[in-house]
Ligand binder design. Structure first.
Ligand SMILES: Nc1ncnc2c1ncn2[C@@H]1O[C@H](COP(=O)(O)OP(=O)(O)OP(=O)(O)O)[C@@H](O)[C@H]1O
Length: 327
């Protein structure tokens, strides 16, 4: 059974409207600007996903919120605490899932969880947590002998064992198999139900869509888009309307574009974000859908899926942050 993960709240905790507030935060490493005037708020109990290409500044932002790095300028408040000034006070109230870390290499799984539980006033039961994260068979295995995905699961258990008020999850499912990912998603859902605030970074768009109340897209150290997954995927201002189609074999997009131009859609364009997946940019109408279907049929291509006026979060992400790979 799932026990309540309701966080241990400090009785002298000051009333406040936001769990996390960043105001005009800048972080420079020499001449490199990693975070460039970032401002956002996260409400208590909200699940927020930070998305961004490699090097966008997500980990640096999270590490400043956790008190591991100091901002060059600007202010950060986590549960009313300045992480740079009182990192220890803060860390007793938050959970941190580090990318591939968080344990001693020679310690066994069960030992590590018991040790971590002993640091907290009202921890979750380590034995119960071992089962939840699926590490029963590895209870006596040392950290260094765990697989990458198993280490991630132990890191997650360590992050929540103290019933934190706020949890930072930095790419929590990186390297995990499909079953483990589902476990993490379910766990995040339970934390959300119990009112825990969660900040998660991820490269997986379906993960952001499945988990987050709100998505913040960061690029080159600042926010380029923000909203609920539904707002972002239906927002019309990010490039007009479109139809997305998935087919059973490749389309000749040049021929279709020509047809569309000739039949009342002079500025229509077609992009392909992955094999057999196409975005047709044009004002959506029944005529456009009929024309696209006819063009595909003429090429003997079967349309397996067609969505009108809706983009995936991945489409939005690529439109906003560009298609070229980051160095
Ligand atoms: N200690 C450091 N010294 C110098 N540059 C750094 C340091 N830490 C980060 N950077 C640079 O700051 C930028 C932001 O890095 P950061 O790790 O925050 O990005 P990220 O969004 O987490 O990327 P990824 O998705 O690849 O994990 C990068 O250009 C990185 O090279």
């Amino acid at each position: 059974m799932w026990p309540t993960l309701s966080p241990v709240t400090n009785s002298d905790s000051e009333p406040q409207s936001s769990a996390l507030v960043l105001h005009d935060v800048v972080k420079r490493f020499g001449t490199k600007v990693a975070v460039s005037g970032l401002s956002f708020r996260v409400a208590h109990g909200e699940v927020v996903a930070l998305l961004g290409p490699n090097g966008a500044g997500k980990t640096t932002t999270i590490e400043m919120c956790e008190g591991f790095q100091k901002p060059t300028s600007g202010t950060i408040s986590v549960l009313g605490i300045d992480p740079a000034k009182e990192p220890d006070t803060l860390r007793s109230r938050i959970g941190i899932m580090l990318q591939g870390g968080g344990s001693y290499s020679g310690i066994q799984v069960a030992e590590m969880l018991r040790l971590s539980a002993s640091y907290h006033d009202n921890p979750l039961d380590p034995e119960w947590l071992i089962d939840v994260v699926g590490l029963r068979d590895q209870a006596k295995t040392t950290w260094r002998r765990l697989s990458g995905g198993q280490q991630q699961r132990l890191s997650l258990a360590l992050a929540i064992i103290g019933r934190p008020e706020l949890v930072f999850l930095d790419e929590p499912t990186a390297g995990m198999d499909a079953q483990s990912r589902l476990m993490v998603w379910q766990l995040v859902d339970n934390l959300r139900r119990d009112g825990v605030t969660i900040i998660v970074t991820t490269h997986l768009m379906d993960e952001a869509e499945a988990l987050a109340d709100r998505v913040i897209i960061i690029d080159q150290g600042h926010i380029v888009a923000e909203g609920t997954p539904a707002e972002l995927t239906t927002q019309r201002s990010i490039g007009g309307s479109q139809i997305s189609v998935v087919t059973d074999s490749p389309l000749d997009t040049a021929v279709i574009e020509e047809e569309l131009h000739r039949h009342g859609f002079p500025s229509a364009s077609i992009l392909s974000s992955r094999p057999l997946t196409y975005q047709i940019h044009a004002q959506v109408s029944p005529e456009l859908i009929a024309l696209c279907s006819r063009c595909a049929a003429e090429q003997k291509v079967l349309i397996r899926e067609l969505k009108a006026g809706h983009r995936s979060l991945e489409d939005v992400f690529l439109e906003i942050t560009g298609r070229e790979m980051r160095k």
